[in-house]
Design a protein around this ligand. Structure first.
Ligand SMILES: Cc1cc2nc3c(=O)[nH]c(=O)nc-3n(C[C@H](O)[C@H](O)[C@H](O)COP(=O)(O)OP(=O)(O)OC[C@H]3O[C@@H](n4cnc5c(N)ncnc54)[C@H](O)[C@@H]3O)c2cc1C
Length: 377
């Protein structure tokens, strides 16, 4: 294993809106470096996550609808290949490698620097959470879906279902939480949208207000204690009608423990405008991304909570569109890597990724990942 954790340097070129990040940096490192310049890079929602893995697979967070994924903000990357060759990838230099890195992940070499295009961000964003108790979930999900139709892209909502750890003071029941961030300078249009949702689905509890980017980016950190165990699965879908809501609420109602969470990311906006073949990220048309994840501590829980995740995933599978988000996938024993990669990326992208693998890592040095085996592998 290669530990790049010591390489956390960040350079901000505020005039050109460019941010260069070394591979060991976390989201918090980047946010701290950019915020003083009034800039942000679109990253994820838990501040201790590594920028490198997040970006190479995708990168969904509070700016996804206004800026796209983290990998959409990538302008160039420096790579050390399996042969020790230093290569730069961008739209101009080695564009096919640049295509594959963005979604195909770290299968072709070690990325030693990422350069992102940042966006301007006001000193305070509007953020909030609407909390719903179980009896309101069905109604709230339907109202959310109607509210989200045509939603301005400065507003990124993420719905989560979970029992919060005790320090959140939210008891031991499972909550549906609609979190939202409005990244526009003027908060009034954002507050109007929040009011519309409040009218359509009044929450049982709520917290809404201006907050700093750094605070907002760390707000959910306490849910995932370092060293948590976990098993992830994901799929994408577009129809959140009564039938799908019934399926969702059916298995979500079983969650009575801290250690399993489910997020529904509303996509579309800037994310959805990127042509599907522009990067190796496999699906740009789905309206929602469904991600089920674990954050338990006790190894004795592995079998039960992994089985729950698998069952929830299989119940949602009839709604599944195409492609898998490689960053939200658990390791699966006994699955053929080629078949898994084919399902993850789809046949056209899979063939292009194998060609890249043949060119940059034909002996499959970088294989401890959701692998794309080279054609001779
Ligand atoms: C608590 C938690 C919160 C999360 N939140 C989000 C979220 O909000 N949004 C989201 O989209 N995803 C999220 N994820 C998923 C996350 O994107 C993946 O787990 C991702 O792999 C994390 O990358 P890392 O660099 O931290 O991990 P690592 O374990 O360091 O890396 C993961 C993989 O990425 C590759 N890799 C890493 N660095 C390099 C490099 N320099 N060069 C080449 N390949 C490299 C390797 O294949 C490595 O095995 C979350 C995960 C967790 C555990």
């Amino acid at each position: 294993m290669l530990d790049l954790g010591g390489l956390r340097g960040i350079t901000v070129d505020a005039r050109r809106l460019l941010v260069t990040v070394e591979p060991g940096a976390t989201l918090a490192d980047v946010d701290r470096a950019t915020v003083g310049h009034g800039l942000a890079v679109p990253l994820g929602v838990i501040s201790g996550t590594g920028v490198a893995g997040l970006t190479l697979g995708g990168g969904m967070g509070w700016l996804t609808r206004s800026c796209g994924l983290s990998l959409d903000a990538l302008v160039s990357a420096e790579i050390v290949t399996a042969e020790g060759e230093h290569v730069r990838a961008s739209e101009q230099e080695n564009p096919e490698l640049f295509w594959g890195l963005r979604g195909g992940g770290g299968k072709f070499g070690v990325v030693s620097a990422f350069t992102f295009r940042a966006r301007r961000l006001p000193p305070a964003i509007l953020g909030g959470n609407f909390f719903y108790r179980h009896p309101r979930w069905k109604e709230a999900l339907g109202a959310f879906d109607r509210w989200a139709t045509g939603l301005p892209e400065e507003m990124t909502p993420i719905i989560s279902f979970l029992v919060f750890p005790p320090e959140f003071g939210l008891g031991d029941e499972a909550w549906m939480v609609v979190g939202f961030a409005w990244a526009g300078e003027d908060h009034r249009p954002g507050l109007d949208l929040v009011e519309q949702l409040r009218g359509a689905a009044p929450p049982d509890e709520e917290e809404v207000g201006a907050t700093t980017w750094l605070e907002w980016q760390a707000a959910m950190d306490g849910v995932f204690p370092r060293g948590s165990r976990g098993y992830f699965k994901n799929l994408s879908f577009s129809r959140l009608d009564d039938d799908v809501i019934d399926v969702l609420v059916g298995f979500l109602s079983e969650i009575a423990w801290t250690g399993t969470g489910i997020d529904l990311h509303l996509m579309e906006g800037a994310f959805g405008r990127v042509p599907e073949d522009a990067t190796a990220f496999p699906n740009r048309s789905a309206r929602y991304w469904f991600n089920i994840y674990g954050f338990w501590q006790n190894p004795g829980e592995d079998a039960r909570l992994t089985a729950f995740t698998r069952r929830a995933y299989s119940l949602m599978q009839p709604s599944d569109e195409h492609g898998q988000y490689v960053n939200f996938m658990g390791a699966e024993a006994g699955i053929d890597a080629r078949e898994a990669a084919l399902q993850t990326y789809g046949p056209g992208a899979f063939d292009r990724l194998v060609e890249l693998k043949d060119r940059y890592d034909p002996l499959n040095l970088f294989r401890r990942n959701h692998n794309i085996p080279p054609s001779r592998g």
